[in-house]
Design a protein around this ligand. Structure first.
Ligand code: ADP
Length: 199
């Protein structure tokens, strides 16, 4: 599919809330040269330790409306029944791909499907929990969500786990170092065939 050999690869990382996406993304920082970490815009409030402009762009609902109107988002979705909205700013993604950098986008299942629809060249990676009990433990252990929110996230998670086979690659988030080791070649632009053989 790629014509200009210099163009970078778009890699989408998705998986249920609490599986460890942010943890994995943070562990990847500094591990791959020429990798741009897409910064999602979100209307939710920062969690402790999250840095505006690095983890997310925290925006108001009206700023988000404007971005949607201007077509500035590659994908966006309402999260958990409209509790908040998050989306992927298109501009930086395009600029980095054109410059030959790989781009890593962290999204939920809806986001991954939307990116697949508009960017069929993207490599979709599903991050799966070692088991259902691990996912429940991680969501509760993170300590950021009320029991009601955790329940809602788990309901969504069942649907998300059922969609794993829509992805090009599934990586089980058991040992974090192993996950990073698996992802580095995918993000460094190893040929798809090679990448798909590695799971
Ligand atoms: P997500 O971004 O997918 O919602 P987080 O990165 O917030 O998930 O991780 C959820 C919880 O799981 C956090 O408390 C995190 O420390 C823990 N976690 C992430 N990866 C692992 C792992 N490989 N082993 C054990 N715990 C993990």
């Amino acid at each position: 599919m790629t014509h200009g050999a210099a163009r970078g690869r778009l890699v989408v990382l998705a998986g249920p809330s609490g599986v460890g996406k942010s943890t994995v993304v943070n562990a990847l920082r500094g591990e791959v040269s020429r990798l741009y970490f897409s910064v999602s815009a979100t209307t939710r409030s920062p969690r402790p330790g999250e840095v505006d402009g690095r983890d997310y762009r925290f925006v108001s609902a009206s700023d988000f409306d404007r971005m949607v109107e201007e077509g500035a988002l590659l994908e966006w979705a309402e999260i958990h029944g409209g509790l908040h909205r998050s989306g992927t700013p298109a501009g930086p993604v395009e600029e980095h791909l054109a410059a030959g950098d790989s781009v890593l986008v962290e999204v939920d299942l809806t986001g991954a499907r939307n990116i697949r629809a508009c960017r069929p060249d993207a490599l979709l990676v599903f991050l799966a929990p070692p088991s259902w009990d691990d996912l429940v433990r991680r969501l509760s252990g993170r300590g950021t969500d009320s029991p009601e929110v955790i329940e809602r996230r788990l309901t969504t998670a069942r649907e998300e786990l059922a969609a794993a086979d829509e992805f090009d690659v599934t990586v089980v988030n058991d040992d974090l170092n192993e996950v990073v080791r698996r992802l580095i070649p995918l993000l460094s632009g190893a040929p798809d065939g090679e990448a798909r053989l590695s799971h």
